[in-house]
Write a protein that binds this ligand. Sequence first.
Ligand SMILES: [Zn+2]
Length: 77
Amino acid sequence: MPIYEYVCDDCGAHYERIVMNQKQSITCPKCESGKNTIQLSVFAAHGNGSKANGGSSSSGPISGSGGSCCGGGCGCN
Ligand SMILES: [Zn+2]
């Protein structure tokens, strides 16, 4: 099924529609305007870049294991 991307001529919203036939009426989901400009097919133009960059935030404060100075031995508290 071809998916086309449209840009609304009235409000400029981008939206995609699966076009079954060319006589299908495409309306904007925001302002329901029928005036739009068709963009290139979403298939080949740009794949949905889903980069799996898991932000591993492992920079937390190291808690526990009060071994060295401020664990109570030297009395700096
Ligand atoms: Zn619109």
